[in-house]
Design a protein around this ligand. Sequence first.
Ligand SMILES: [Zn+2]
Length: 274
Amino acid sequence: MKVFYSPEMVADAQSFSPSARKPREVMGSWQRRFPLIEVIPVLPVTVEELCLAHDPDHVRGVLSLRRANGFGNHLAQVAASLPWTSGAMLGAARAALVDGCAVAPVAGFHHACFADGGGYCTFNGLMVAALVLRRERQLLRVGILDCDQHYGNGTTDIIRELRLDWVEHYSAGAWWEQPAQAERFLAEIPGIMQRFAACDLLLYQAGADPHVDDPLGGWLTTQQLRERDRGVFQTARSLGVPIAWNLAGGYQANLRKVLDIHDNTMLECLCAYA
Ligand SMILES: [Zn+2]
């Protein structure tokens, strides 16, 4: 399993959200538990590639520290990490088209709108990856399955702004949020995913913040999150749709609890694609 990681993806955002430093923590955990994963160095995306999905004023403003990033600060190390985090997603998406599945251990994409960041998200690496590969004619349709606790408003905003009728976006946060819905949600995953059957690529955000103990979440147990991931990977594989996945949110004070959820996603990924 190819995992796209370089230390340049990591920053200290001095934020409630651990997402800027999470790639390093997740990689440490995965490399201890899954020694056979193949770590592939990341190529950062260019300014021009970021501008495929975003207003150039937003891109250049953040990178030159004139505008606040999605964490609401102007830290140089956060800005420097951003071409690398989107680059990891693009690298994983590109590899998935060849290998069937690949991984980007990154978060912080889906609240990034066309002209602005927010909610710990600055640039929308999901949409950057989709737009770069579409321009290269590597795909006609792309699916985005967003299983973060929160609605992917930034993804929707970019799809609307650029009138992208070839992106199929499903954000679970718009429909599911109660523990009483958990078993029905898990049972409906294969049905939900039928909308991606005609896609050439699926980008999957395996968010950790729907966990019942998450301060910003609260409806799935650790085991149910693992069952969610198993359902997604098995269905993608049976549909024959390549899948590139990333991390998204997770805010439990004990980061180890968040890492356990991301470990389980990798475990189910390796089981489905062994
Ligand atoms: Zn979230």
